[in-house]
Structure formats: C-alpha cells, structure tokens
Write a protein that binds this ligand. Structure first.
Ligand SMILES: [Zn+2]
Length: 114
C-alpha cells in the first residue's frame, strides 16, 4: 500500500516539475490553456503557457451567466503585475493621468473665422 502511495507521490513530484511542457501550444499537453490534469487527478500550471489563467475548478458552482472572462482577465492582470510584466489590461493598471486625452486640433486660433 505504502509503495503505491510513494509511486504516486514520485509521479506527482515529477509531474510538478513541468518536464512535459512544450513551447508549441499545439503539442503542449496544456493545449496553450495553462493547466494540465495529471494522471493522479491533480491540476498543474504549465511552465510555458500559464500566465494567470483561472484554475479549471475555479468556476465550479459559479452562477449562470457569471462573467468568467472578466474574472480571468483580472486574474491574468494580477499575475502579470506581480511579475512586473505588461498587463493585458493597461488601462486597469495605469494611473488616471495616463489615460489619453482627446485633443481636438482642428480649431487653432487662425481657424476662427471672425
Ligand atoms: Zn503548455
């Protein structure tokens, strides 16, 4: 019994290293989604493609019509910010001062017809 457990533990440990990952999303076991389910039924982040995606079980029991996409963007933004990376949602992390202003240059002083 304990041998079976340690075999599973060894498998889990090995799987956790992410050795299975591939740069190419099409051939990576995570299919570019960022998570892989191991044979012992545990989810693992793909070291190549995980970038803050929601955990596959995160939305279990979520109400119908729940905005999963917004939650995932929020999660990915938090992940990127934590690592000092550019955010997929620049407006959410930039200060209000950095919101571009619409400057209407079609009316210069010289254009005023009176
Ligand atoms: Zn992957």
């Amino acid at each position: 019994m304990s041998q079976n457990y340690s075999e599973q533990a060894a498998y889990y440990q090995a799987f956790s290293t992410g050795y299975w990952a591939s740069e190419d999303a099409a051939s990576c076991p995570c299919h570019g989604q960022g998570y892989v389910l191991s044979e012992v039924d545990t989810w693992h982040e793909c070291p190549v493609h995980f970038c803050g995606q929601l955990h596959p079980d995160a939305l279990d029991g979520a109400p119908e019509g729940f905005d999963a996409q917004a939650l995932e963007l929020e999660s990915m933004t938090a992940w990127a910010v934590k690592r000092g990376l550019a955010s997929p949602l620049p407006i959410a992390v930039n200060g209000a001062d950095e919101v571009p202003q619409l400057v209407d240059e079609s009316f210069g002083d010289a254009d005023i017809p009176f």
